[in-house]
Design a protein around this ligand. Structure first.
Ligand SMILES: C[S@@+](CC[C@H](N)C(=O)[O-])C[C@H]1O[C@@H](n2cnc3c(N)ncnc32)[C@H](O)[C@@H]1O
Length: 275
């Protein structure tokens, strides 16, 4: 058994948040069977770690959000790779996730990227992955990351599927604008970027969050409108947006209709941008 305290304490606050989705994908299905994602890689990894799961599983709203977003991502990725079967997928801020277990279509490629500390942890904890699965270090705060990762650029290349889940809310608004602008500037036509957004009521409130609070990370980017997602670059288009309210049926729809004039965006949403 590896002690997670040792692993976690060596990480900066924002990197410590990676255990939250890992536990949700591994064990959250016990709380929400209809949303269970059967994440074999997360389950196997948790089996090696000496981690108290209770605080994570007691944060039921977060577990539900993560399982729901995993479904949305799987659907978006499978749709994308059905249309572009030998394209590349990139996970920006991958943490210890293994989405290629669901999105490997036999000919596509996948690149997992995160800060150096996290990539070192991945190497220690996770198997190398499938032959067409690669990894690289990344800091989204430093412009030029698209080229540094060697991602295809320009109209002659195939579209790229970009995933950025549970990451952008920890960057400043200016840093997120730069990330979106770089994606739009560089990505080949037809590329998509799947990301999650929190409502502006969450900005600066991470200390009140049951599982993010203890990590010391903070919610910095919480857009007030959809325009904030497409404004960074003229090529950006809002391809789709889904709200977690859909998990709650008609009650969710009614509650959200009441909230939206105040919050501007859903409390938690999955957005796909395209170029
Ligand atoms: C909540 S975790 C999400 C991890 C993963 N996407 C998942 O859903 O399992 C946040 C991740 O964002 C990464 N991250 C934060 N700031 C980053 C940056 N500037 N560049 C790259 N990754 C970053 C962290 O290292 C961490 O792995």
């Amino acid at each position: 058994m590896k002690s997670v305290d040792g692993l976690q304490n060596a990480l900066p606050p924002v990197c410590r948040t990676l255990l939250i989705p890992l536990v949700a994908r591994a064990r959250g299905g016990e709380c929400f069977p209809a949303l269970a994602c059967d994440d074999a890689a997360a389950e196997q990894l948790l089996g090696q770690l000496d981690l108290n799961l209770q605080p994570y599983l007691q944060d039921r709203a977060t577990v539900q959000n993560i399982l729901w977003r995993t479904q949305v991502i799987r659907q978006a990725g499978q749709d994308f790779f059905r249309e572009h079967p030998d394209s590349l997928g990139v996970n920006l801020g991958c943490g210890l996730s293994q989405h290629f277990q669901w999105l490997d279509q036999g000919h596509n490629h996948w690149l997992d990227t995160d800060l150096p500390e996290v990539m070192a942890l991945r190497t220690r904890c996770l198997d190398a992955g499938a032959p067409r699965q690669h990894q690289a270090e990344l800091d989204l705060r430093t412009p030029g990351w698209w080229q540094r990762l060697g991602l295809p650029s320009g109209p002659a290349h195939k579209p790229v599927f970009v995933l950025c889940e549970g990451v952008l809310m920890y960057l400043s608004p200016a840093q997120v604008q730069a990330v979106l602008a770089e994606f739009a500037e560089q990505a080949p036509p037809g590329s998509q970027m799947v990301l999650d957004t929190m409502s502006q009521v969450g900005r600066g409130m991470a200390r009140l969050h049951p599982t993010v609070g203890p990590t010391g990370a903070q919610f910095l980017w919480c857009p007030a409108s959809n325009d904030e997602l497409t404004r960074p670059h003229p090529r950006l288009r809002l391809h789709s947006r889904r709200s977690v309210a859909e998990c709650y049926g008609w009650l969710g729809a009614v509650t959200e209709a009441c909230w939206m004039p105040w919050t501007g965006t859903p409390l938690y949403a999955m957005v796909t941008l395209s170029v």
